[in-house]
Design a protein around this ligand. Structure first.
Ligand code: V47
Ligand code: SF4
Length: 359
């Protein structure tokens, strides 16, 4: 095992990327601090002592969805109690309020609604941009883009072009789940395949939009599934360079059909973040999404290769419907304090990682 750490450390020095076998060996290792130190070393080289955050607001425009992913506690069938679709007026109001309270980004995703026309999504973007043209709209996962192309009977290229014209600035990283098929079939059989997620993402990058990548972990997947997932992302990033940030999402099990999952403990969370940092040498940023990880683990993650704490969020539904115990929202000051108390330098960024202010 000592050899493993020495070898990886030397490889980092020589910019040799870590192999799948080494990543698997790291997952099998219990030397959390050694893994964390290696990841911190890589992050220090890439990003120094600075930790990014942004001021944003999430808007989940509908929870009505034609899919039934086993891990999702958020979605409802048409007509089911608790199903909702926000009116354009309400979406507009939330975005306006967010901008007036200092937000630079709207993060907007939703279920695959059976009846909404493609124009609805275009109008949402236009309405937000109409009111607050400077707001960056990060919206729609590759899963939604694929669905719009079906609904509108347009190619992916055309869908992306229309969304861009209407105001779409970048894409979040959802819908990736676990990209490898055996697990994906059990998790979300109706969702687009992992291969299609990668294909749509590649087209999005080719159209000049940046996006993020996520990995939903801590349910039924093995370490080998995680490494395979990372490998697929690293290969796509080699081709496009379009990914900005990697975000491992810790599975929340309440109200899901995988309630028996052991869930994600602190050790697994930190190990997964650190190994992701080590493996994804072509990603500039690794984000600890505090909504799913909790505030304390997210703060500790800053010593395990993480350099981004996402944002203020304001109102989160996907994780909280599944039992997440984190708050719904953080103030800018709370995020700054979290970063400072970890001995790091808080930097407010916009969605594309332009630095807005160092605290
Ligand atoms: O794709 C669903 C996940 C994702 C659960 O790009 C769950 O900046 C945990 O992608 N437990 C949506 N996770 C959220 C997402 C995201 C979040 C924050 C920032 C960014 C970004 C992207 O949430 C879904 C799915 O993988 N999810 N259910 C659950 N029970
Ligand atoms: Fe629908 Fe997305 Fe939930 Fe799957 S994860 S059921 S696609 S809202």
């Amino acid at each position: 095992m000592d050899n493993l750490f020495a070898r990886i450390s030397q490889n980092i020095e020589k910019n040799i990327r870590i192999s799948d076998d080494d990543a698997l060996a790291l997952f099998a290792s219990n030397d959390l601090l050694a893994i964390g130190e290696l990841a911190a070393q890589v992050n220090r080289k890439k990003n120094g002592d600075r930790v990014f955050f942004n001021v944003n607001r999430h808007i989940n425009y509908t929870n009505v969805c034609v899919n039934r992913c086993a891990f999702c506690a958020f979605s409802k069938e048409t007509g089911e109690k608790g199903g909702y679709t926000l009116a354009l007026k309400e979406i507009r109001k939330r975005a306006r309020d967010a901008a007036d309270n200092g937000a630079t980004e709207i993060h907007m995703v939703g279920g695959l609604h059976p009846d909404l026309p493609f124009e609805f999504y275009l109008e949402m973007l236009e309405a937000i941009k109409d009111d607050r043209p400077r707001l960056h709209i990060k919206a729609f996962t590759a899963v939604e883009i694929d669905y719009f192309s079906e609904v509108a009977e347009l190619s992916i290229e055309r869908v992306v072009e229309r969304l861009k014209q209407a105001g779409l600035d970048s894409l979040p990283g959802g819908g990736a789940e676990i990209l490898g098929e055996p697990v994906r079939a059990q998790l979300c059989a109706e969702k687009i395949s992992g291969e299609r997620w990668l294909e749509v993402t590649e087209l999005v990058h080719n159209a000049g939009l940046r996006s993020n990548a996520t990995m939903l972990f801590g349910h039924i997947e093995t370490a080998a599934d995680r490494v395979d997932h990372l490998s697929k992302l690293r290969q796509l990033q080699d081709r496009t360079g379009g990914f900005q940030t990697f975000i491992p999402l810790a599975f929340q099990k309440e109200n899901t059909r995988i309630e028996k999952a052991v869930g994600v403990g602190g050790v697994d969370a930190l190990k997964t973040l650190a190994i992701s940092r080590l493996y994804l040498d072509n990603f500039q940023h690794v984000k600890a999404y505090w909504v799913m990880l909790g505030l304390k683990i997210s703060q500790v993650a800053l010593a395990f290769g993480v350099n981004d704490l996402d944002g203020t969020v304001v109102e989160e539904q996907i994780g909280h419907d599944a039992g997440a115990e984190s708050p719904q929202s953080l103030s800018k000051q709370q995020i700054i304090d979290m970063i400072r108390k970890a001995g790091r330098i808080p930097v407010e960024r916009d969605t594309l990682y332009h630095e807005l202010k160092t605290y």
